[in-house]
Write a protein that binds this ligand. Structure first.
Ligand code: EPU
Length: 428
């Protein structure tokens, strides 16, 4: 068993003991879901990029590997990632990497924008179920690209992308990012309508504009891009991770206590804060973040996930976990991903009373949970199970803990610093 540090061959288990109230200060990293897209956006220009606040997580390592096999020089020291992008890259994303991390699909837009060619392994489904990329492809086709699919790969080609108006049928985060990155080097003006409004998309637009792009309206539902001839390498600091911040809020909501979360941006999580306040949590702003305080049992609430600025689907496992021991009955409706309730079976093994059917989960708060051996099916559900373990009677052993390490630089170490009984553990 290893305490505090990740076992060399990756964390297999996270062990959680019943913990008292949490206290102290924790700092969030830069957002995973921004950093990965900024790394892809670097393909749009040759030269040396410096990206600060990049978390040390498996997804960043894998995106780095993908860029390296395209010919990009990649190094990370602390939170500073350096990318050395050559004049010509190999525009291909192989099966091994896309299969490991679906987010690799966001290299498609930059590759078509700069090189007019891309060959990407078709992403499969994952723990959330079927995850199509039809909106990415249709939008890029409207900009002039053509696609063929064979032997599990999509090949895209275009002489030069041409600006046009693209209306997304749904504000997909990844499709918005792919189209935005493609359009910065397109000829003429592109108007993207009904796009995703997440803070990570606004961060991407800041990055692209610093590179010399002409992007207006990111963070609203219409983005206008005037294509430019070329872009240049820049320095940038990644927006803080609102999902990591929410994870510490949920930990305090569950175990009680008072914790300052440095880097949390309340303006990026307004709907979540409304719901957590309804549940009985208190928040107060600090110079560079906020303090969260929780005393006693939470009240049950109803929550529906929605694209930003609604309550993010990534918070959903944390919310269900908070409701599992709240006073009363809460209904959570998952509107973004069909298969994102699979982890509920694990909470049931810990004594929760939850009935999930289709897009709805009815959570009847129980007085206590009991520690059990469970399995992390994905990043956020894994974090939610760690948080459930904080109040469970006895010990909770969470298998497949490498999922958690995909999205959190040091969830275990940070929770330990707040007084929680958590450790990494090897098999046996
Ligand atoms: N969709 C389609 N067709 C498409 C694209 C999306 O039908 O072409 C559907 C999806 O199947 C899903 C919905 O649209 O039902 C939303 O998907 P979206 O494209 O918005 O999500 P994403 O870009 O694949 C990102 C985050 C997720 C986060 C979602 C929603 C990254 C790397 N991933 O995924 O984060 O849950 O947006 O906010 O940015 C995580 O961090 O653990 C994570 C899963």
């Amino acid at each position: 068993m290893v305490n505090g540090t990740i076992p060399v061959d990756g964390p297999t288990y996270i062990r959680v003991g019943q913990s008292g109230a949490l206290s102290g200060t924790v700092r969030v990293s830069g957002a995973k879901n921004s950093a990965l897209k900024l790394m892809a956006a670097a393909l749009l220009a040759p030269g040396e990029f410096t990206i600060r606040g990049v978390p040390h997580i498996a997804d960043v390592r894998w995106m780095g590997e993908l860029l390296e096999q395209m010919g990009v020089g990649v190094s990370q020291e602390g939170g500073v990632l350096t990318l050395d992008v050559p004049e010509i890259v190999r525009p291909e994303a192989p099966y091994e990497l896309v299969e490991r991390m679906r987010a690799s699909i966001v290299v498609l837009g930059p590759l078509l924008g700069r090189f007019g060619a891309a060959r990407i392994s078709v992403p499969g489904g994952d723990d959330f179920g079927h995850r199509p990329i039809d909106m990415h492809l249709r939008g890029l086709e409207e900009l002039g690209a053509t696609f063929t699919t064979s032997h599990g790969y999509i090949e895209g080609r275009v002489d030069h992308l041409e600006g046009t108006t693209v209306l997304l049928p749904y504000p997909s985060v990844g499709a918005t990012e792919n189209l935005l990155m493609a359009a910065v080097l397109a000829r003429g003006t592109t108007v993207l309508e009904n796009v995703a409004r997440e803070p990570e998309i606004a961060d991407l637009a800041v990055f692209l504009n610093a590179m010399g792009g002409q992007v207006r309206g990111a963070g609203t539902s219409t983005i206008t891009i005037d294509g430019v001839e070329g872009l240049e390498a820049v320095e940038h600091t990644v927006v803080p991770d609102r999902i990591e911040a929410a994870t510490y809020m949920a930990a305090v909501g569950m175990a009680g206590g008072e914790v300052e979360i440095v880097g949390a941006r309340p303006e990026h999580m307004e709907m979540l804060l409304v719901k957590l306040r309804e549940m009985g949590l208190d928040f107060s702003p600090t110079v560079d973040g906020l303090t969260v305080k929780a005393v006693g049992r939470r009240r049950s609430v109803d929550v529906a996930t929605l694209p930003y600025p609604g309550v993010a689907t990534d918070y959903q496992p944390l919310i269900v976990t908070l409701l599992a021991t709240a006073d009363g009955v809460g209904i959570v409706t998952e509107n973004v991903f069909g298969g994102r309730f699979r982890y509920i079976d694990e909470l049931l093994r810990m004594g929760a009373d939850i009935r999930a059917e289709g897009h709805h989960a009815v959570i009847r708060g129980v007085d206590s949970l009991s520690g059990a051996q469970v399995r992390a099916p994905d990043i956020r559900a894994g974090a939610a199970l760690v948080i459930a373990g904080l109040v469970a009677d006895g010990e909770t052993l969470i298998g497949d803990a490498h999922h958690v390490e995909r999205g959190y630089q040091d969830l275990v170490g940070n929770l330990v610093s707040l007084g929680a009984e958590v450790s990494y553990s090897s098999p046996g």
